[in-house]
Design a protein around this ligand. Structure first.
Ligand SMILES: [Fe+2]
Ligand SMILES: [Fe+2]
Length: 180
């Protein structure tokens, strides 16, 4: 279902997710499965992604509808539940929210979100700084990633999904409370 680039990326994310679980705890097998499946519908036409979203009963708000790049995570969680019979909530949530994040992210959701940012195939400008950060503190790295996501969407004049803003706010407030 994936082109070579995306398949390689998925293998790298699975590997990075297992590495992060070894460091921060959690279930290695779940991390590998969520990592390898997180982008399974990334190369699937948007109309088919929307089909899976609707079929699973998810009702998108207007911001989610106006943000097609986030659809593949929501669609993939519905797809792997039905087609691959994956019933594990941890895996389904990690796949579902790997692009947007959300308030109250589970440990595995954080692991997959960050593995997607720091996998070996990634080559964006500050990736090395982000890799250092994720090796120091998972929540701080996640907050930085969300900060980057919020600001780059705003800079491009794109809408910011509610889940992303709430994830950012939650970690931001927690950090401020910690330092007070
Ligand atoms: Fe993705
Ligand atoms: Fe990805």
């Amino acid at each position: 279902m994936l082109d070579d680039y995306r398949y390689h990326h998925s293998l790298c994310v699975a590997k990075e997710a297992v590495r992060l679980v070894k460091k921060y705890g959690g279930d290695e097998q779940k991390a590998y499965i969520a990592g390898i499946l997180h982008d399974i519908l990334k190369n699937t036409p948007l109309s088919d992604q929307l089909h899976w979203i609707k079929k699973s009963g998810i009702i998108f708000d207007s911001i989610q509808l106006a943000s097609p790049p986030i659809w593949h995570g929501f669609a993939a969680s519905a797809f792997i539940k039905e087609e691959l019979q994956i019933a594990d909530e941890d895996i389904l949530l990690a796949v579902r929210y790997h692009t947007t994040g959300r308030a109250g992210m589970t440990h595995l959701e954080k692991i997959i979100y960050m593995a997607d940012m720091t996998s070996a195939d990634r080559s964006y400008k500050d990736v090395d700084a982000m890799r250092k950060k994720v090796n120091k503190n998972l929540d701080e790295a996640l907050l930085d990633s969300l900060k980057f996501s919020v600001s780059s969407l705003a800079k491009k004049g794109l809408p910011i999904p509610y889940d992303t803003i709430m994830a950012y706010n939650e970690l931001c407030v927690a950090k401020r409370e910690e330092s007070n």
